[in-house]
Design a protein around this ligand. Structure first.
Ligand code: PRX
Length: 631
């Protein structure tokens, strides 16, 4: 059994085998890793509870597989190539040997500060190497990491820290983003002031050295980590022990902690990395995501390191110092595989073709896209101006919950078609169903995207609330994992993921629950009620459109700003509505439910056919909302 598919026939044969004999297929893949104790059973599962266990009885440590096992063969190869925010500052490299030493030192520092196996550690950091090192250090000692994207507010950070009852926060002093130097330790201070009773230590990495406030729980990273021994034995973990929690938005107000475990996540992220990116020894691979999201976990840190790759990590933003930055980095480091989000492609496309034209992009062998549907125009621009029509585009569909890429072309192996994520990975039994859960067999169909058999990196639970996991993903349809996405299959069976069918919107590739944003808006004392929907946005994919009912009639720009401020305070700048429409009523059903379908149509300037509104409690408000719609 090969770990890297090389031809269309091999893909077809492997896929067939993986569906007919999934246990045998995954057993062979799993056996290519280093286990401290071999697993006894490949898979035990039911989707009712749900209860899914992969490689049971197996003992391992994922960092041994990411680091130690590569030392003999590629100890001096660069593991992480870090490109700083400032283009004039030199890139920093960590060979596999150096990375193992850095991770071990950090792991020893965590232990010295009372962190034990099973404890939760929250990260709130910019894209500095210490973030990857810290995450791996947790995995080294069996602590559970939970990375919170450093754009979230103090309130959002505190909510996540408290849900995870974390013992430690690891942060930086400042976050360099383009020309900005954003204080982030102060956000941690504010979170602690809001109340994070489980936090014993805040470990602070000095990124800029600008002045910050200091309190009793704070300790400097360099003082704690630097003196430690560079040798730290890897904790023996059960295959099903928790590896990390990553919070993501759902259709209710409260973010959910998606739980991934050690063995299955390891096997699937490595397998998918090798196949989707067709990584060859010596290649330079770059994923531009932030480690605050699942893409960064699986395809900056774990997947590439498990596969012994050289993974680029970049601190800056795509438009600093100018919109050629991405392409400059590709040229400078001779990047072979480049993986980014449609929103970045669209934003850079809008800056003009002259930016990529300035750089030699001939090293690029493949391009990747992730996070949201990629529109045709962006797909063609990416293909022509970046890939010079010779680098296949892999439009990868997956989710925080799936842990790894699920539906994707394999570059040079399966064909590509703009806007289509195409075919499922081996082991992934993706199907479309109708509203009743009946499988839509055959091609040229449209329905709800479900997965009908477990895969190793699937969500195990939502932290602290297993029933939520069951309700959200496994209760819609019997014996199916429901993705929350709608999709279509073309005549040849290629899958195109159209978008969410629940109350989740995808803003610049980031998931945002409408209820979360509404809760934030409703915190404003003058707001009576609000409803939030997504609408098509040229750069972001979807923008946030908020309908707000207020107490006072006199509403100026100040009030609009106050609403933006309250959202920024409660969630973070990423959740700020793009449009706010003040309304006197919201269309509701007789049972009091807001008819979002109507609001979505009005927000999308598609109000000619609103469907049947006769069942509404208050059909008259529809006209008023329509009349006041924003242009
Ligand atoms: O709606 C799908 C969309 O992003 C959702 C998952 O969001 P998140 O968990 O934040 O993970 C993003 C990175 C993996 C999905 O339910 N999505 C993701 N990739 C694609 C996509 N929609 C269309 N095409 C994609 N390639």
């Amino acid at each position: 059994m090969t770990t890297q598919i090389k031809s269309l026939q091999e893909y077809k044969d492997t896929y067939k085998y993986s569906v007919e004999s999934p246990k045998a297929f995954w057993k062979e893949q799993a056996e290519t890793f280093t286990w401290k104790k071999p697993f006894e059973q490949v898979l035990q599962w039911n989707f009712d509870e749900p209860n899914v266990k992969w490689f049971t009885g197996g003992k391992l440590n994922i960092t041994e597989n990411c680091l130690d096992r590569h030392i003999e063969t590629r100890g001096d190869q660069v593991a992480i190539l870090w490109e700083p925010n400032e283009p004039d500052s030199p890139a920093k490299t960590f060979t596999y040997k150096e990375l193992l030493a850095a991770v071990s030192k950090c792991a020893n520092a965590l232990k010295a500060n009372g962190i034990q196996k099973g404890d939760r550690v929250v990260f709130y950091m910019p894209m500095v190497p210490e973030l990857a090192i810290g995450v791996l250090a947790c995995a080294r000692i069996g602590a559970v990491h939970s990375v919170v994207f450093a754009g979230f507010s103090a309130q959002a950070l505190a909510d996540r820290v408290n849900d995870a009852t974390a013992k430690m926060i690891i942060c930086s002093d400042f976050n360099k983003r383009g020309a900005k130097n954003i204080p982030i330790k102060t956000v941690v201070d504010d979170a602690i002031k809001l109340g994070c009773p489980s936090i014993e230590t805040v470990l602070v990495h000095k990124n800029t050295g600008d002045s910050i406030e200091w309190s009793g729980v704070d300790k400097w990273w360099h003082e704690q980590v630097d003196p430690q021994s560079a040798d730290c034995p890897a904790e023996e973990m059960d295959s099903e022990d928790m590896l990390f929690i990553l919070y993501t938005s759902g259709s209710t107000g409260k973010p959910k902690g998606v739980v991934h475990t050690c063995g299955g996540y390891m096997v699937y992220t490595c397998y998918s990395f090798r196949n989707v990116f067709q990584y060859q020894d010596g290649d330079i691979y770059w994923c531009t995501a932030d480690i605050g999201w699942i893409t960064g976990h699986s395809y900056i840190v774990y997947g590439p390191l498990l596969a012994g790759a050289t993974t680029v990590m970049s601190e800056g933003v795509p438009t600093y110092p100018d919109p050629g930055r991405f392409w400059e980095i590709c040229e400078k480091h001779k990047v072979n595989q480049f993986y980014t989000a449609p929103t970045a492609i669209r934003a850079l496309m809008a800056k003009g073709d002259e930016w990529p034209a300035k750089y030699d992009l001939s090293s690029l062998k493949l391009l990747g896209s992730v996070g949201e549907p990629i529109n045709e125009e962006a797909w063609h621009w990416y293909d022509k101006h970046i890939g010079k029509s010779k680098a296949p585009i892999v439009d990868t569909w997956w989710q925080t919950e799936t842990g790894g890429i699920m539906i994707t072309p394999l570059p040079g192996i399966t064909d590509t078609k703009p806007t289509y994520a195409s075919y499922p990975m081996p082991g992934i039994q993706a199907i479309l169903v109708d509203k009743e859960g009946n499988e839509l067999t055959g091609n040229d169909v449209e329905g709800l995207l479900c997965i009908k058999f477990p895969w190793p990196s699937m969500i195990r639970t939502t932290y602290g609330d297993h029933s939520r996991c069951k309700n959200v993903y496994f209760s819609a349809f019997k014996d199916l994992y429901f993705t929350g996405d709608g999709a279509r299959k073309d005549e040849e069976g290629r899958i195109r993921v159209i978008g969410r069918v629940d109350d989740v919107i995808n803003v610049s590739g980031h998931r945002m629950g409408t209820a979360e944003v509404e809760n934030a808006i409703n915190e404003h004392p003058n707001v009576v009620e609000s409803a939030v929907v997504g609408y098509p946005h040229e750069i972001k994919g979807q923008g946030i459109y908020a309908y707000v009912i207020t107490q006072d009639k006199e509403l100026g720009d100040d009030f609009r700003q106050e609403i933006l401020d309250v959202v920024k305070r409660e969630i973070g700048p990423i959740a700020k509505p793009d449009k706010i429409q003040f309304v006197t009523g919201l269309p509701k059903t007789r049972s009091g439910k807001i008819m979002r379908r109507i609001l979505r149509k009005i927000a999308s300037k598609d109000s000619s056919n609103l469907g049947d509104i006769s069942t509404l409690l208050n059909p008259e408000v529809v006209e008023a909302v329509k009349d006041g719609a924003l242009v």
